[in-house]
Design a protein around this ligand. Structure first.
Ligand code: FAD
Length: 699
């Protein structure tokens, strides 16, 4: 009966790392409490929905990947709606609400969502609800939570509209219409199942009991005074307030421990994005001196026996495992140390209340427990509020339980941001801080995201080093913090550094591929083709490269390639080439001093370097950062970009560099063309659109 009353809406998600999917699932889950039924599909499942005939409201949750691309699962959809032959009223029958996910550290913030939104509007579709753009840089939940809250009322209002448009009213419509015109029903539904209004008394203890117990039991990471909040300790008003906590997500995974016999799946079976190649690491060079602030390594891979192919400017993925010690520690904390080598059979729970529950693609049906925790689950992920909500149920200590409730509650939003998100707390940190919390394995599988392969830019040319592929990375270091007494290294870079430690030798000549001891270490990689960050097709076109720090990596590949082209085609005309490089200290982290060779043989026309931390005795202080150097060459930048229709490439750190460089270019364009800043920004936007200002940046 109740089901008959429910109004359907179509819920589409396009996800790259699982966040958009998780949010769509939350919407799906909450919908029932509002008398609605979400017909949820991944955007790629185009046989399961049809926007051309869709009559119900459509809700879209879509993330952004790379430098502003829609996720892979949305590519086909985007291609279809971008068909220029579609008439402007193609989707005139459609009303939709869109939630875009992105990271404002990247230039094309939420571009996946914006692209779809713009195109749907062009094709006549109408918003029934304002578009939300959530920023992972400050916390997706800041936009996502209120957006979902407002969605229900917007949907409620969209249905009568929809009915008018359809010009008909079936029996079911009439009943559901009346449901929506009866706000008290909605309110009741809200109260009964969407959120639970918790009070301390609900725990069967008084507030002072709870707090006292908490102080006794869990002062592990508490601040020195009780007046200061910490991960495990709260202060008024939150410690005394009633809490609105999210509904408990239904469990949907069942695990069964088996014996220790069998073989783990091949890593390639975990990757759906392309063919994987297991390749030997043939060389490892430390490019920085021991006293440099960051350690940069260059690795050379032997791809000769594979069909793996690349162009300079491409990136590729490295499949990496979690840190072995952390996996052991997790097993220990969960009381599963003895079970590490046991095979685990993972199935969807029969009769689960989770709609559309399917076997997660990244989880093998059968593998050892250690394999699961090592290769499949991102155990360092920052736990989402839904996971915290689940952990509440696995926690026996009353004080710990209360604090976890606070951290996932509306009232605890700022504590969540401060003590979980901004502190980069992971599951292991939580389990240490809340020792009575003992989640079962199925919950980890349900709530930890997929362990993602990490992308790296290729730093070589297949013409210059046939059969080889080089890349350069900084070992990411996370210092110790109050919530985590031990420092950590990045998952992938920490692992790679350990793997190649026996191969390492000091930076004698990084571009010289000879030397280095032969290695038996292999890593698994797969392609991440980049369609635009490539050398200009026409060799006579000039270009400028900006790549401080490890951002220089793809440009080494560009220059190697260019050198070989020059050698092979002496009759070709080659445009001028500029490279702006910067690092902290000339002596410690000038990654490729051999750049001089490119200058000497004419491959590189101009090399401009700067050192941000070296002191200078010069009367006029030299520029510190690449953006400062670029400003010194304003006329040349304007000439290359505007008069000679050249290319401008920027690679490396997003946060500290790429925005500074684009600001410098805007100022240069404004000055050299004598236009105001807004006009200069438009010119830059045009250069980006025509792929003449190209960025490959990461944070
Ligand atoms: P992770 O463990 O994934 O940690 C990295 C990030 O997690 C940090 O930056 C931080 O934001 C966060 N984090 C996690 N825990 C903490 C903590 N405790 N404290 C503070 N912050 C924390 N990198 C290169 O070095 N060279 C390249 O050529 C290169 N090319 C790239 C190309 C592309 C297209 C992209 C998207 C990225 C590229 N990167 C490159 C970045 C690279 O993919 C990885 O992100 C980087 O190497 C870190 O990986 P990791 O697993 O070691 O670190």
């Amino acid at each position: 009966m109740c089901c008959d009353l429910k109004r359907r809406f179509l819920l589409l998600y396009a996800t790259q790392k699982g966040q958009a999917k998780a949010i769509a699932e939350e919407i799906w889950q909450q919908a029932g409490a509002h008398g609605l039924e979400a017909d949820m599909h991944c955007m790629s499942e185009m046989d399961k929905y049809n926007l051309e005939t869709e009559k119900d409201p459509v809700v879209i949750v879509i993330s952004t990947t790379g430098t502003g691309d829609p996720p892979d699962t949305a590519r086909k959809f985007v291609k279809q709606i971008q068909d220029t032959t579609l008439p402007p009223d193609h989707f005139a029958h459609l009303q939709y609400g869109l939630l875009g996910l992105g990271d404002s550290e990247y230039t094309f913030f939420c571009n996946g969502g914006k692209t779809v939104d713009r195109r749907l509007q062009e094709l006549g579709a109408r918003h029934f609800y304002d578009t939300g753009l959530a920023d992972d840089c400050v916390g997706l939940e800041l936009v996502v939570d209120p957006w979902i809250d407002g969605l229900w009322l917007a949907l409620k209002e969209a249905f009568p509209l929809q009915k008018e448009k359809e010009g008909m009213s079936s029996d079911v419509d009439a009943v559901s219409g009346s449901l929506f015109s009866a706000p008290h029903i909605i309110r009741e539904l809200n109260l009964s199942s969407e959120v639970q209004n918790l009070k301390l008394e609900d725990e069967g203890v008084t507030s002072s009991d709870a707090l006292t117990q908490k102080r006794v039991n869990i002062n592990l990471v508490a601040s020195t005074t009780d007046t200061e909040p910490s991960l495990v300790h709260s202060v008024p008003p939150i410690s005394q307030s009633a809490l609105n906590i999210p509904a408990l997500p239904p469990e949907y995974i069942e695990v069964q421990f088996q014996d220790t016999h069998g073989e783990n799946p091949h890593l390639s079976s975990l990757i759906s994005e392309g063919t994987t190649f297991e390749v030997p690491v043939t060389k490892a060079v430390q490019l920085t001196r021991e006293d440099a602030i960051k350690t940069a390594l260059l690795l050379e891979l032997d791809i000769a026996d594979t069909v793996f192919d690349y162009q300079p400017g491409d990136a590729f993925y490295v499949i990496c495992p979690n840190n072995g010690n952390e996996v052991e520690e997790l097993l220990h904390v969960l009381g599963l140390s003895e079970k590490g080598e046991y095979f685990v059979c993972v199935k969807v729970k029969q009769g689960t209340k989770k709609k559309g529950a399917t076997h997660p693609q990244h989880i093998p049906e059968r593998s050892t427990l250690k394999f699961l925790l090592t290769w499949c689950l991102e155990i360092r992920a920052i736990p989402k509020k839904a996971f915290l909500r689940v952990l509440v149920e696995c926690t026996s200590d009353v004080g710990e339980k209360r604090r976890l409730q606070e951290l996932c509650s509306r009232q605890g939003a700022s504590d969540y941001t401060r003590f979980i998100r901004d502190s980069n707390v992971c599951l292991l940190d939580l389990l240490h801080a809340f020792p009575s919390c003992k989640p079962s394995l199925n919950l980890l599988i349900e709530h930890l995201p997929k362990l993602q392969a990490r992308p790296y830019s290729v730093s070589s040319s297949n013409l210059y080093q046939p059969g080889k592929l080089c890349f350069v990375f900084n070992i990411v270091e996370f210092p110790a913090s109050p919530a985590r007494p031990l420092s950590r290294k990045g998952v992938c870079t920490g692992w790679l550094a350990e793997l190649v430690a026996p191969l390492l030798h000091p930076n004698k000549n990084a571009l010289d591929t000879k030397g280095g001891s032969p290695s038996t270490e292999k890593i698994s990689i797969f392609a991440r083709p980049n369609n635009t960050f490539h050398l200009p097709a026409d060799a006579s076109v000039p270009f400028m490269m900006v790549g401080p720090g490890t951002g220089i990596s793809p440009f080494i590949g560009f220059l190697q390639h260019r050198q070989k082209l020059r050698e092979a085609h002496t009759d070709w005309e080659f445009g001028e080439t500029w490279l702006f490089f910067g690092c902290r200290h000339q002596d410690r982290d000038y990654l490729f001093k051999q750049l001089r060779c490119f200058l000497e043989n004419g491959t590189l026309t101009h090399l401009k370097v700067c050192f941000s931390r070296d002191s200078s005795t010069a009367e006029v202080a030299p520029p510190k950062y690449v953006q400062d150097v670029i400003r010194l060459y304003a006329k040349e930048v304007a000439r290359v970009l505007l008069k000679e229709r050249g290319y401008f490439y920027v690679c490396g750190d997003k946060k500290h560099m790429a925005d500074g460089v684009s600001d410098a270019v805007v100022d240069i364009l404004s000055m050299e063309m004598e236009v105001d800043k807004l006009e200069a920004m438009k010119i830059l936007a045009m250069l980006r659109e025509t792929n003449r200002y190209l960025q490959d940046v990461w944070s």
